[in-house]
Write a protein that binds this ligand. Structure first.
Ligand SMILES: Cc1ncc(COP(=O)(O)O)c(C=O)c1O
Length: 377
């Protein structure tokens, strides 16, 4: 949804917190009534702003938050967010100090880490089985059980959870997802019989939508709560509402005669008389250079092609003749205007990447402006 240009800056990411709330509520409906939803707000809430996203997710029905870095947990606490936080990433000794000081749960996969938690005065740990992702966690189920038993037996350490992460949940039809699910269930269910307090969690957004058997006690949802589709398809088809809109405006309009060019390297040379509209947004804002001659922009409710090289601070758009744009017009890079929409998924396809990278790639120079369905917050 296009919100009126309310802040006079070159580029803005407007984030609809009501959409995040609704996405969380929509994903909750996939779960059993007693299933918990952990909102993943790492990487500054996938570019949306971690603190604002966390608050919106909690308002929408999340009861846990997850981040990857200890510093991210500390930032949430500094913003007076009191919900349980899981720090999912690997932690150096210094980062472990920081995570525990933020009263966050941490992830363990060897016994020395449990001892390190105890040595720092204790904390809550979730044991991670590497059921096939091949990154963090132990692959050895017996070793994972030993880590869990050590946590349960260590004074000051609370065994809070058992977890894994899927490698192919978003690749529908592949068999590996089912193999990981079986491996995790075979390890975690007996562990929970021995330790009934622990929460089992495995599913990301794709796994949650794909298979109820992967939900266990809690799901960890990132991309879907921002209204991005975990399968790279149209989010609206899964009733997910994109929360972020990226816009700029027409700062200059130039008449080009045939043979005249725009931008570095003259990668756009006019074949006919036309006009270029210059938008003051570029790769220094997170609009990737791979979109050179390879994107559309919405101006006046129409799709206009981005032409020429994306530079650090500007892009140019072919506005045609007579020009379909005027100086001061709002220009949408991601979002909707009139009947047209440009999704992060479309941008990702053009860049041969995933929607996650598109929103995470928005840089700090772009102010995030929060609203609820158009009402400033
Ligand atoms: C361990 C872990 N769990 C959950 C998630 C959330 O995944 P998604 O954004 O696909 O829902 C992530 C994100 O990559 C993750 O690393």
């Amino acid at each position: 949804m296009a919100v009126q240009q309310d802040v006079a800056v070159r580029a803005i990411a407007r984030v609809n917190l009501a959409a995040i709330e609704r996405n969380v509520a929509r994903m909750r409906r996939e779960l059993r009534a007693d299933g918990a939803l952990c909102a993943v707000v790492k990487a500054d809430g996938y570019g949306h702003g971690a603190v604002a996203a966390a608050r919106a997710a909690l308002a929408g029905g999340a009861t846990w938050l997850a981040v990857v870095a200890a510093q991210e947990a500390a930032a949430l606490r500094a913003a007076r967010i009191h919900a349980p936080i899981l720090v999912m990433g690997a932690l150096s000794p210094h980062e472990l100090d920081l995570a525990l000081a933020a009263d966050a749960d941490v992830v363990a996969w060897d016994e020395s880490f449990v001892a390190a938690v105890a040595a720092r005065g204790g904390g809550s740990v979730h044991v991670k089985l590497d059921s096939g992702m091949g990154r963090l966690g132990t692959r050895d189920a017996a070793a994972a059980t030993r880590v869990a038993e050590a946590a349960a037996a260590t004074d000051g350490v609370f065994l809070a959870g058992a977890m894994t992460h899927f490698a192919t949940a978003d690749e529908r039809g592949d068999a590996f997802f089912g193999e990981q699910l079986e491996r995790f269930a075979a390890w975690a269910q007996p562990l929970r019989s021995a330790h009934p307090q622990i929460a089992l969690h495995a599913a990301n957004s794709a796994a949650t939508l794909r298979d109820g058997a992967a939900h266990f006690d809690m799901v960890r949802l990132g991309v879907s709560i921002y209204g991005l589709d975990p399968f790279g398809e149209d989010p609206l088809a899964r009733e997910l509402e994109p929360a972020l809109e990226l816009s700029s405006y027409v700062a200059a309009l130039k008449a080009l005669a045939p043979g005249e060019s725009a931008g570095y390297g003259r990668r756009f040379v006019a074949e006919r008389a036309t006009h270029t509209a210059t938008l003051p947004i570029g790769y220094g804002d997170g609009v990737r250079r791979g979109l050179t001659n390879n994107a559309d922009v919405l101006i006046g409710g129409r799709r206009l092609p981005l032409v020429g090289t994306v530079s650090m601070d500007n892009v140019t758009v072919d506005a045609g003749a007579p020009p379909a744009a005027a100086c001061g017009d709002e220009a949408i890079m991601i979002g909707a205007q009139g009947d047209e929409r440009i999704t992060a998924e479309e941008v990702a396809r053009r860049l041969e990447t995933i929607n996650y990278e598109v929103t995470c790639g928005l840089l700090a120079r772009v102010p995030r402006v929060y609203h609820r369905d158009g009402e400033p917050t």
